[in-house]
Design a protein around this ligand. Structure first.
Ligand code: GTP
Ligand code: MG
Ligand code: ZN
Length: 356
């Protein structure tokens, strides 16, 4: 396998030292089952695990490989097995916050060029979810594209289309019916050979159905959407699939929530209209809640932006503030933990050096 066909380029090759070149081969993670990683490399598909040291030193979740990552592997050719030594820096990521109290970054996939957010035009459609997605996508560097699926179940396509086009600025969006659509060229064109796209969204919105149509055969299992909020979670694993035209696709399990993982600029670019309007607020640090001379509030009263959009912005802003605070606290804890590991290793090494 020529690894250039699966996304290998200068960004990654420039990260490898000459010593590493002699010891390791680069490989891309295409799926993972527990501690078993399945990789693609010049020798084809191989299975790999992490070194004990790697696992031991990984304090944060983002320090472990995810689907899409490029890793350096110590490859044992006879066994077709490898040991992962390190992860190469990621070019792009799509992350959310781990649900619940564990304030950790959850990288859903890495080194993706495009990220498709699939929403179902049945009961899943919610413009607030699209705003949230765009904020997260802005953080990771991949190009966001929105697919509104199940057009056949929607009676007010015109209104939805108008609403979404007001939310997305220069980003693309498509309204489709995956079960009826014959031509998927518009999606294929966004994933040229050597490029990688990930599909994300709630369970049952049709991600796997779209992927099967793109592939031309039913590779991914699909199942009827449940009518309650639980969803079915038909896809249970992330997997990178190489298509016949050379583009790569990552299917992901449905997500109920996209908790914020972003920085302030990401929020500003997703809410570009609010950002612009706020330039004319009387106070520079206006919170757009109850200050006099707030141009954002005035614009809500004048119908320029909706109250829901402003609420959504303020909610994300608060989430962002909480995230920053928690991160500062966590950084301190992690640093302590790292210092402890370094201290232990130093002690171990100094013991080894002692003469017998
Ligand atoms: N009516 C209608 N149903 C669709 C459309 N696209 C997909 N479906 C149906 O929606 C259901 C869920 O589709 P999946 O492709 O399994 O959804 P998914 O997003 O992969 O779900 P998870 O794997 O659970 O995240 C299936 O029964 C599909 O046949 C569409 O355009 N219209
Ligand atoms: Mg699926
Ligand atoms: Zn204001």
């Amino acid at each position: 396998m020529n690894i250039k066909n699966i996304g290998w380029n200068n960004f990654f090759s420039s990260q490898i030292s000459n010593i590493e070149k002699d010891q390791f081969i680069p490989a891309r993670v295409y799926t993972r089952h527990g501690k078993h990683y399945f990789l693609l490399c010049e020798y084809g598909e191989i299975e790999a695990r992490m070194t004990g040291r790697f696992l031991h030193n990984a304090i944060e979740n983002k320090e472990l490989p995810v689907v899409g990552d490029w890793v350096l592997v110590n490859f044992i050719e006879d066994e077709k097995k490898g040991v992962i030594n390190r992860i190469l820096d990621r070019k792009t990521i799509f992350s959310r916050k781990y649900k619940g109290t564990r304030d950790d970054e959850h990288i859903i996939s890495s080194n993706i060029d495009v990220i498709f957010y699939v929403a179902g035009l049945d009961n899943d459609y919610n413009p607030r979810k699209i705003e949230r997605f765009l904020t997260l996508a802005n953080n990771g560097g991949a190009k966001p594209i929105i697919i509104l699926n199940k057009k056949d179940l929607c009676t007010n396509i015109h209104a939805v289309s108008e609403e979404v086009s007001n939310l997305i600025q220069n980003n693309d969006f498509f309204i489709i019916s995956a079960i009826n659509e014959m031509d998927f060229d518009f999606i294929k064109k966004s994933i040229p050979s050597g490029h990688t796209a990930a599909f994300i969204g709630s369970s049952g919105t049709g991600k796997s159905t779209i992927i099967n149509k793109l592939l031309g055969f039913d590779k991914q299992k699909t199942a009827e959407t449940r009518n309650d909020s639980k969803g079915r979670h038909t896809t249970t694993n992330r997997e990178l699939i190489i298509t016949s035209w050379g583009g790569m696709i990552i299917d992901t399990p449905g997500m109920r929530e996209l908790q914020l993982w972003a920085d302030e600029n990401d929020l500003d670019s997703a809410f570009f209209d609010i950002k612009k309007l706020s330039e004319n607020c009387r106070f520079r640090d206006c919170t757009h809640t109850n200050e006099p001379g707030c141009n954002v509030k005035k614009s809500v009263d004048n119908g320029i932006i909706s109250n829901e959009r402003l609420d959504s912005y303020l909610k994300l802003k608060q989430e962002f503030k909480d995230l920053v605070l928690n991160q500062q606290m966590k950084k301190k804890i992690n640093q302590k933990s790292r210092n402890k590991t370094i201290f232990k290793e130093e002690r171990k090494n100094s013991k080894k050096k002692k003469p017998m």
